[in-house]
Design a protein around this ligand. Structure first.
Ligand SMILES: C[S@@+](CC[C@H](N)C(=O)[O-])C[C@H]1O[C@@H](n2cnc3c(N)ncnc32)[C@H](O)[C@@H]1O
Length: 302
């Protein structure tokens, strides 16, 4: 007993009051009483910098990619306190994408179906930075690469966990850009001969079928995370969303044979390029063709 007391004193674990003359009391350190304490601030919850920088090191090795990432533990705690396990989490200041990492980590832990939306400006990393020299020109690039690597790491670390193969670590990257549509609205005095050709096909030349598809998904309020597959039908590229919830073909020279073949797939919705038909009569007939073959299909042109 005496030995233990002396040891406690030697380890500075006894408190004798302000002027060291008080009744001896055992000191209780924060690390000893962590359970059951309600934290006054979230920052008390996790050791900030150590966790975050070592987490980034586990992902990017010695490469310093991002100055002030938040610890995954802190974000996980916030998500557990503030959201359900199928919540959609929006982080408007993504940075190194810690929130996405935390979402995948939590889903792996509790089988949740949380989704994340990470918003990040294409802020440059700065040409002198290690990240830039390593090929990460913007912070967005760092965030994307972290999600890829963290997803794989979480799956590997939980490889023996039942259902881990169902863990969704995929993500889509969408960029805000100018409209896919050409400016076709001119005041009469502003119309010039060359503008008339723009009236033929109102879609900007540099836009891909994917650009146009997401335009339509947003227009129709369709979930942007649904699976998308691409098929070639009668030589035309067709994008199918969520199997055949939506079929989109933005190719040119669309003829009746192709329309009939696509209608036979009975998509719930179908969208074509407005100027994509081989003739006006085909364009006029598509409604009749779908009425005959797939009457419940909703038709749209862009
Ligand atoms: C403090 S950092 C976020 C760090 C992040 N929580 C992490 O753990 O890595 C803020 C980030 O927000 C980005 N940002 C600032 N203003 C923005 C805006 N208006 N829209 C999108 N991103 C923005 C900055 O480029 C920076 O990467």
């Amino acid at each position: 007993m005496m030995l233990e007391y002396k040891e406690l004193i030697a380890n500075d674990e006894i408190y004798f009051g302000e002027n060291d003359e008080g009744r001896p009391k055992l000191k209780r350190f924060l690390s000893q009483v962590k359970e059951g304490i309600t934290w006054t601030t979230l920052w008390d919850f996790v050791p900030l910098n150590t966790a975050a920088s070592s987490e980034m090191a586990q992902i990017f090795g010695n490469l310093t990619t991002f100055e002030n990432p938040k610890p995954v533990g802190l974000i996980s705690h916030i998500l557990e306190v503030g959201g359900s396990n199928d919540a959609v989490i929006l982080d408007f200041f993504s940075g190194s994408a810690t929130t996405a990492h935390a979402v995948m980590q939590l889903n792996a832990e509790d089988g949740g179906k949380r989704k994340f939306i990470m918003v990040q400006l294409p802020e440059s990393c700065g040409e002198k930075s290690e990240a830039y020299k390593a090929g990460y020109k913007t912070i967005a690039e760092i965030g994307k690469e972290r999600i890829r690597r963290a997803g794989k790491k979480i799956k590997a670390e939980n490889a023996d966990k039942e259902g881990i193969d169902q863990l969704d670590i995929g993500f889509r990257v969408l960029k805000i850009d100018s409209s896919n549509m050409k400016d076709v609205y001119y005041t009469p005095d502003a119309v010039q001969q060359r503008n008339l050709f723009d009236q033929i096909d109102n879609i900007r030349e540099d836009r891909t079928p994917e650009d146009l598809l997401f335009h339509v998904l947003l227009d129709w309020g369709v979930d942007l995370t649904l699976p998308i597959t691409q098929e070639t039908i009668a030589g035309k590229i067709v994008l199918f969303v969520d199997d055949n919830a939506l079929a989109a073909c933005f190719d040119a020279d669309i003829n009746e044979a192709f329309v009939k073949e696509l209608a036979a797939r009975h998509p719930l919705r179908v969208v074509f390029r407005d100027a994509g038909f081989v003739s006006d009569s085909v364009k006029i007939n598509i409604e009749q063709i779908f009425k005959l073959i797939s009457p419940s299909t909703e038709i749209k042109t862009l």
